[in-house]
Design a protein around this ligand. Sequence first.
Ligand SMILES: Cc1ncc(COP(=O)(O)O)c(C=O)c1O
Length: 371
Amino acid sequence: MIYLDNAATTPMSPAAISAMTQVMQETYGNPSSIHGHGRQAGKLLREVRQELARLLGTKPQHIFFTSGGTESNNTAIIGYCLRHQDRGKHIITTAIEHHAVLEPIEYLVEKFGFEVTILEPENQEITADQVKNALREDTILVSTMYANNETGTLLPIAEIGKVLNDHQAVYHVDAVQAVGKIEILPEELGIDFLSASAHKFYGPKGVGFLYAATTDFDSYLHGGDQEQKKRAGTENLPAIIGMVAALKDDLEHIEPNFEKVQKLQETFLAEMDGSNYYLNQGKEQLPYVLNIGFPGQRNDLLLLRLDLEGISISTGSACTAGVVQVSHVLQAFYGEDSPRLHESVRVSISPQNTEQEMITLAKTLKNIIGG
Ligand SMILES: Cc1ncc(COP(=O)(O)O)c(C=O)c1O
């Protein structure tokens, strides 16, 4: 069995599993309880928040633990916009965002009368100039992803951050596919909100965090006083511990991991040499995601054939009730009539993959496409 769908989710790292196991066995108190067991859990929660803040070059009060990328995105987008609608009701985002950004914005448009400008990529690129030109006096939020989940394309985060420096609009970055893969220091990049999800960087599922420069946003969940009253509900301490252990481990190996994944991608492409394929890419790319198309081949059938051979990859686009939808990202990159929409698959690589796995994938693909 070969797993090459790491942009969908990753296996947990041994560091995360061992840190979590220890907490589950030893520290089961509620961090909000005042007795000894609770204080022990509370201390651990404070320490892990501090550790995560250190990894992000920020202070613990800017870290909010959530259930993952979707919740972080919804909290930042809906929480900020609802609180500040008196300053304006215009939002800017891009056509290549994850549905966990597009849908909350759509909700604000439909239910609260917000207006949205959706930037279309030009030559597979979103530029800071596009953001600059779309800004209006009543823009209150710009939301872009750090790296695209279907193609690995990087967006010019620092440049967009600079454009927003002297504008009232805050900058939300969905960094779900970038955290743990490249060093991200939100304060240096002019980011006001940053979303992350542990299961994309070798941590557990159902946990993530929101970096927020300000607490000036509405809470999404109401109830207890946890997370500075911004996210009610008992903190999932074992998952949080596992997440931060995973991230620490990623960041300690960030360069060798990056180089290894780059090498694995090169091995795969070298093995594919001479076959009939094309790549779906932007100007700046993360090596972790490779979107590749095969002229005349149906991507859903390719996936099934690879699955029969024990190889898991994906099309990258959403899959509802087992039916693969056409990718809105490739549509934005190449137009709705492009054959690429039906011929492309996503190979998402982790440093745990091996050269042999990449060669096996290439050989199996070549067998299937007859090239
Ligand atoms: C770019 C991006 N944002 C958000 C999400 C949602 O994250 P989660 O699964 O933690 O809700 C994903 C997951 O696929 C993603 O790739």
